[in-house]
Write a protein that binds this ligand. Sequence first.
Ligand code: F6P
Length: 358
Amino acid sequence: MKRVGMLTSGGDCQALNATMRGVVKGLYNLLGGNVEIYGFEEGYKGLIYNEYRLLTGKDFSGILTKGGTILGSSRQPFKEMRNPDENGMDKVAAMKNNYRRHELDCLVILGGNGTQKTANLLREEGLNIIHLPKTIDNDIWGTDMTFGFQSAVDIATDCIDCIHTTAASHGRVFIVEVMGHKVGWLPLHAGIAGGADIVLIPEIPYDIDKVCEAIQKRTRAKKGFTILAVAEGAISKEDAKLSKKEYKAKMANYAYPSVSYELAELIKQKTGADVRVTVPGHTQRGGSPNAYDRVLSTRLGAKAAKLIVDGKYGYMVGIVNGETCKVPLGEVAGKLKGVDPDAGIIKEAKMIGISFGD
Ligand code: F6P
């Protein structure tokens, strides 16, 4: 009998349920049903405070297409994990105690970068851990793709598609703000897929004059409208030169709801264009996983099940060059996979005239 704990932590995405289903179906098939699943609720919170449900294969039936997470999720920042909670409780010790109390063979943890760091901490503390890379940001080192990313690309692309028709009717400049504070995979892919004219991502700081030049070039060519796909974390060349502390201080007194609104005002001032901002926000994390993510999640889940059956722990399950693989957690935890400004995808986008404002 294998006793497997499971939790989903951090911001959700479309394919969390599909991935858990893959793990559990795999375990049931490989172990002939000799498995007990402890589903900890709302991420690490459930593990810390021993809030869990005993689940069976039935709970994972019919959830392939269901967005969100049947376990619930919460953000429990890694940097606070070593700090006691408001009642003075040692959170790491509590997680270890609950793991031991249920005599778990392992803990399957689905989450992004922060979640992965805590997963690695628990591994270092002696727990058997399998991590599955979830995030619409696709910024996890050691895997070509994270689940949730392609579904989010579809939604952000749909948003840009819709904006296209209204932007064309009114001859406007539209900024579509796409999720991604630290990395720009999502705005880059959605921008290309949606035919955006300008794509601004954190990895390539922009020059506002270059952005305006790209808009005016289209106006001179009688294009009538311009669409910008802008990452939440897009940053100007001047701001990129600030130290972390200086930038934080600047943002503390920031007059705009987000970078897109500042950009809109600057573009208006410099070009006289009629500018609008659209923020699809959390819709990008909602709804059903797309077909790509359903396949990816099922594969990653099945691979995780196999590792558990074989008793191989301490890994993230990733996909590299189309094949699932196990990546030592200690080698990837804390590393961010950003867009390389010299990557082929950027060069190709530039070849067809997309401006990155650089
Ligand atoms: O990490 C996933 C993500 O959706 C980011 O793209 C986004 O910047 C952030 O989470 C939003 O976080 P929250 O849901 O806490 O507002």
